[in-house]
Design a binder for this molecule. Structure first.
Ligand code: AQP
Length: 323
């Protein structure tokens, strides 16, 4: 299967990004043709610091490697290094109904907290181009991106109908438990890097900060450690994270912690997270010191990915009469 996914280089990767997206990528790379990108063109649709931006891109690429992406098994590259992404986005934009873009939940949410620019509005079309350029079959993402993948499917179908079969129609792959990791401070909202610092755990965060954030994570006034996302969203989110990072089911954990306090459960969880992330932190430090090597991997990935992109663009332009 051909797989495509990406994350914006915004300087932070949180537990939600890891459990919702990257953890699936690591498994998928074993038996599939995987294409993973640092999607910098998406990142610039929100305010960013141009002085730090190229460092953020390299940090994200190093993070991909540290978390287990293997450049011998998958292609890694930076989105803006392949201009066909922007080119295809323009062409797809000409068949994308305005109403579909206006309905996008993420756009509506983001518009509440930042100035709206045309790039932010067109984000889902660029994401469709990212996916369709590689004739992708599966897109492993968190729940929040499902609507964008649905739009991608509908654009692929529309294009194929109008101009003749050109694109593979992709499907989202959403991990059952990791699909939506919730905020630590407002557990009815998804964990999000544009939220306040205390609401998420960064993958490369200092141990002491992780302890503090978990210990102060919002729970409820009850005492029972029980999975009930409606009545006990805080404790349910923590149980879910515990389960995903250990090999224990939520049911098993309810049994293990049946007589324990919230505080003792949180202490255990903080140590579990710290131990789980420790090897990633070590590797990330190593990759950050090997900038030339990381850039070389990205360049090799770019060359191979671009040959697929060029072949798709050739066909798209012919089908659209742009020869
Ligand atoms: N809370 C989450 N639970 C599960 N998966 C999540 N993802 C994001 N948050 C969660 C998944 O991570 C991938 C990368 O997404 P992105 O960096 O492009 O940003 P995003 O989807 O907009 O979410 P962020 O990282 O939290 O940023 P903001 O601040 O914009 O909300 C995607 O596969 C996403 O589904």
């Amino acid at each position: 299967m051909r797989i495509f996914s990406g994350i914006r280089p915004t300087g932070t990767i949180h537990l939600g990004n890891y459990l919702g997206a990257i953890k699936q990528w690591i498994d998928l790379q074993q038996d599939n043709e995987c294409v993973f990108s640092v999607v910098d063109l998406h990142a610039i649709t929100s305010p960013y610091d141009k002085k730090k931006f190229s460092d953020n891109v390299l940090q994200m690429a190093s993070a991909y490697l540290a978390l287990g992406l293997n450049p011998e098994k998958c292609l890694l590259f930076v989105q803006s290094h392949i201009k066909e992404h922007a080119e295809l986005a323009w062409l797809l934009g000409t068949i994308c109904p305005l109403g579909d873009l206006k309905r996008m939940t993420q756009f509506k949410e983001k518009s509440k907290t930042q100035d709206v620019n045309a790039g932010l509005f067109n984000y889902p079309v660029l994401m469709a181009a990212d996916i369709l350029l590689y004739q992708t079959e599966i897109v492993p993402v968190g729940q929040d991106q499902k609507q964008h993948v649905e739009l991608t499917r509908s654009l692929a179908q529309k294009f194929n109908k109008k101009f003749g079969k050109t694109f593979q129609v992709p499907s989202p792959q959403i991990s059952k438990e990791g699909a939506k990791i919730m905020s630590l401070t407002e557990p009815k909202k998804k964990m999000s890097k544009s939220d306040k610092d205390k609401s998420y755990i960064e993958i490369f965060e200092e141990d002491e900060k992780i302890r503090k954030k978990i210990m102060s994570a919002k729970t409820d006034t009850g005492k029972k450690i029980k999975y009930d996302p409606i009545k006990k969203p805080g404790i349910s989110n923590l149980l879910n994270i515990y389960s995903l990072l250990s090999s224990k089911s939520v049911k098993e954990l309810e049994g293990v912690f049946a007589d324990k306090s919230y505080q003792s459960f949180k202490k255990d969880l903080a140590e579990l997270i710290i131990n789980y992330l420790e090897p990633f932190k070590r590797k990330q430090k190593e990759y950050l010191q090997r900038e030339v090597y990381v850039k070389e991997i990205l360049d090799q990935g770019r060359k191979r990915a671009q040959s697929i992109a060029l072949s798709t663009m050739d066909e798209v332009k012919k089908k659209m009469g742009l020869e």
